[in-house]
Design a protein around this ligand. Structure first.
Ligand code: FAD
Ligand code: DLZ
Ligand code: SF4
Length: 514
């Protein structure tokens, strides 16, 4: 007598062999379901490289499971019977395989979790949703830590996580090197003469080529190019990417983590986020590899601590906040921002070289590093008062590593301050001076970063002061903004008025066309 199978539904960002929904799978009995569905490809207009990366990684994962002996029911996007949605594909598969029940892992987006509540009804069998335990901080633990805190700050969460995991801790319970954070040694601009790490790349195999053809034909008008696709699409290649980073870039990660340089897309960043977020790499493996490099004398502590903090601290904290605060979190708009997203984000030409470079890099790679996302495209969106929902949709669409659990708090909280300071203690607003200090973009720009008024003035300068003036009612009381408001107090009224006029003219000329 054959036993009825359990259907194990694996979503596109759950490509880990150790995922909870596969843990007790019986290859002789169960069926694994994976589906490329139209709904997931269009809820924002994803960059084609993001879609291609996920589809190819999904297909490779399915092939690996089959090689292990699993039955994998894989529904491709171009299958004529494909109904285009998770719920209906699940119902079809339950009926095809006469499944007794469904097991799935908690998804990374609220909207998918919400839809999952209907799956038992549409599939007609029990659906078990298991916790996603690929993170280092379980959600109940985060909730316990954040509960009752008006502004739960990442730095303190990070220290808890260092203690909980033992990462970079001495035997006596003190942080390695005697400090929790070495940022004071970091954040240097890149010197003119500096050898850059060699690029890591994977040549697309036949399976990836097939996906590239499918995505190219199906999404010809999406922002972004498929040309030069060289991302890893398997766990073993993702581990090679990690090893490459540790060998060639980690040692300088801390020094140059906030730097930008024209023509150097990745500098000393790891570009591991696509693999971490899709499940091809697990965060503990990445942190352990970095710590081992330090213990073996291959990378200094300021670099290794800075890198581990991004994953053990920021990544876990951002995810914890998302699930703690959703779905209400996305609805706040503390600064009352309401401007439609300008077309320059979708590639319309702009004379602002920093923006032009970061958007073009995003178009080519579906990747930009943190400081480009924060201080160039993010800072601009904040200063012009762009509508949070439109900025969020842009970040969710254009980056290969973007899922709402990680995109939303970074955009809504970190760059737009739309949550009123729950995540960030003050807005990350900055004038052109910051961009000039950390990059060489200004040297190639038609604007003059030293000027705040007049036809050649860097727009970041007058937009910054305009923001400070306009948002004074919300921000003046923030003690971290005291120095800025003291400077504003010393600025002549006539200059303030001229800044506001120039900003207003600039904003009026911004167009949504592209
Ligand atoms: P590295 O600089 O090498 O950092 C190592 C790892 O640390 C990253 O791979 C990532 O997993 C983690 N990390 C670093 N900073 C953060 C952070 N703030 N939040 C979460 N994880 C972090 N990251 C995403 O993975 N997906 C997103 O959709 C995303 N959207 C962002 C939007 C904005 C406005 C900002 C400011 C940041 C966003 N980030 C996002 C965080 C960060 O920019 C990317 O993780 C990083 O650029 C990925 O490149 P990397 O792997 O080379 O990172
Ligand atoms: C992002 C994405 C895309 C573009 N396509 C699919 C898909 O066809 N099938 C799938 O299982 N997952 C896809 N994903 C990832 C999902 O959007 C992601 O799993 C959910 O947003 C939950 O994080
Ligand atoms: Fe950007 Fe201003 Fe520098 Fe031009 S001058 S690159 S607009 S910061």
């Amino acid at each position: 007598m054959t036993r009825q199978p359990v259907l194990r539904f694996i979503l596109g960002d759950q490509l880990s062999r150790a995922i909870a929904s596969l843990r007790d799978a019986d290859a002789a009995r169960d069926v694994v379901l994976m589906a490329e569905v139209a709904d997931e490809t269009v809820y924002v207009p994803h960059h084609p490289k993001k879609i291609a990366f996920l589809f190819s990684a999904m297909r490779h994962f399915a092939a690996e499971l089959r090689a292990e002996g699993f039955t994998v029911d894989y529904v491709t996007l171009d299958d004529p019977a494909n109904t285009g949605a998770f719920g209906t594909e699940l119902a079809r598969a339950v009926s095809r395989h006469r499944a007794a029940s469904v097991v799935v892992t908690h998804p990374g987006e609220w909207r998918v979790l919400d839809a999952m509540q209907m799956w038992e009804e549409t599939a007609g069998v029990p659906v078990e949703i298991r916790e996603d335990d690929r993170f280092l901080c379980p959600l109940p633990r985060f909730r316990q830590w954040a509960e009752g805190k008006r502004q739960p700050r990442m730095e303190f969460f990070y220290r808890e996580m260092r203690r909980a995991t033992g990462l970079l801790m001495d035997a006596d319970g003190e942080p390695a090197g005697g400090r929790w954070n070495f940022d004071a040694d970091n954040r240097k601009p890149v010197p003119k003469q500096l050898d850059m790490p060699p690029a890591f790349f994977v040549t697309p195999d036949a399976m990836t080529q097939q996906v590239l053809a499918l995505v190219g034909a199906r999404f010809p008008d999406n922002f972004g190019t498929l040309d030069g696709f060289d991302y890893a699409v398997t766990a073993s290649d993702a581990r090679r990417a990690l090893a490459h980073f540790v060998t060639h870039a980690l040692a300088s990660f801390g020094d140059y983590q906030d730097a930008m340089r024209q023509g150097e897309d990745r500098l000393f960043h790891s570009v591991l986020s696509p693999y971490l977020n899709a499940g091809l790499l697990d965060p503990r493996t990445v942190c352990d590899a970095a710590e081992t490099a330090w213990r073996d004398g291959l990378a200094p502590l300021n670099a290794v601590e800075g890198f581990i903090r991004q994953i053990l601290g920021w990544r876990e904290y951002i995810r914890g906040l998302y699930w703690l605060k959703m779905p209400d979190y996305a609805q706040t708009n503390r600064l009352g921002a309401d401007r439609a997203l300008p077309g320059l984000y979708w590639g319309a030409p702009t004379d602002m070289n920093c923006l032009s470079q970061c958007v073009d890099q995003t178009r080519r790679l579906a990747h930009a590093h943190h400081i480009q996302r924060l201080m160039v495209t993010g800072n601009f969106a904040l200063l012009i008062g762009a509508l949070p929902s439109e900025v969020e949709a842009w970040y969710l669409a254009v980056y290969i590593d973007a899922y709402e659990w990680v995109e939303l708090p970074n955009v809504h909280g970190m760059i737009l301050y739309a949550d009123g300071g729950y995540l960030a203690s003050k807005p990350y607003a900055a004038s052109g001076k910051y961009i000039d200090r950390m990059s060489d973009y200004c040297r190639h720009c038609r604007y003059d970063v030293k000027q705040s008024l007049g036809p050649d003035a860097c727009p970041f300068n007058f937009l910054y002061w305009n923001f400070i003036i306009e948002k004074a009612p919300e921000l003046r009381g923030n003690h971290r903004m005291a120095m800025i408001y003291a400077s504003l107090g010393r600025m002549e009224g006539a200059k303030q008025a001229a800044i506001q006029t120039q900003a207003s003219d600039f904003l009026a000329a911004l167009t949504t066309e592209y």
